[in-house]
Design a protein around this ligand. Sequence first.
Ligand SMILES: Cc1ncc(C[n+]2csc(CCOP(=O)(O)OP(=O)(O)O)c2C)c(N)n1
Length: 291
Amino acid sequence: MRKIKAKPTPEIVENVHHPLEQYFREERLPHIWCPGCGLGTAMSCLAYALEELTLDVDDVSIVSGIGCTGRLAGYMRSDSYHTTHGRAIPFATGLRIALEMQKPDHKVVVFSGDGDLFAIGGNHFIHAARRNVDLAVLCVNNFNYGMTGGQVGPTTPLGARGTTAPYGSFENPFNLVYLAASSGAPYVARWTTLHTRRLKQAIMEAIMKPGFTFVEIISPCPVNYGRRNKMPTGLIEMRYYQNKSVIRNFADPKDADIKPEGEIIVGTFVDEDKPDYFDIYDDFVKQMIQE
Ligand SMILES: Cc1ncc(C[n+]2csc(CCOP(=O)(O)OP(=O)(O)O)c2C)c(N)n1
């Protein structure tokens, strides 16, 4: 019988650390994300942003809803919360309000999917933006419900296919940057997982800016979305986003619809200073006391 030679066991190198290891729960890895998915890249960008901001894991809480994107909260070594479907924002709002008295500089980041944040969670999104609650909301938009197998959702482009729309979606999708801007968010940006440095920079800006900040992260989902839409691998889907994206900072969010035939405008859409929820509340209380 032919003997199969065992592969040599790789030498275990002691004391060699990953530069970002403080941010990840190694015991939970490897992650569940499919080959070609953009979520690993988005998670790295978040970790690099925290590192560059010299934020310790104890200075940040990460709140997610459900879905593939929602898994991130469990992979990052911070006080992180994997909440229920669509409820990441109300949960994060409560957390941020509770922290205001004790740790006002503590950052609360919401990291969730387009389905979670804009279908069942859509109402929470617009109201938190309207109130300008101090949260950084990072949304990975893969244009479908990834975890449950590729149903169409609120961001699926017209004509794109999913399990629930085998002939293509006929429903108008949300333009997320326009929704965020028109609901009052003082910081709104959109990048793809291909724009890693700019995405990291946008995440840093979103975290540091007081008030409700929003970054849309366009990401490939080749297994559930790409395969049904002529982009069967992560690389092909990335190439599609590379060819379609045009950087246009401070473009009108109204013009940033994502249509199958059109370009994808990326960049910073809104960056303005506005009193946040706590400022407005403090002013209101002072005024009431004076009266
Ligand atoms: C109340 C409720 N309804 C439905 C589900 C099933 N569900 C799990 S993940 C998911 C879709 C998530 O889509 P998205 O937020 O886009 O995240 P992705 O998986 O694409 O990253 C749904 C509908 C659930 N978990 N809870």
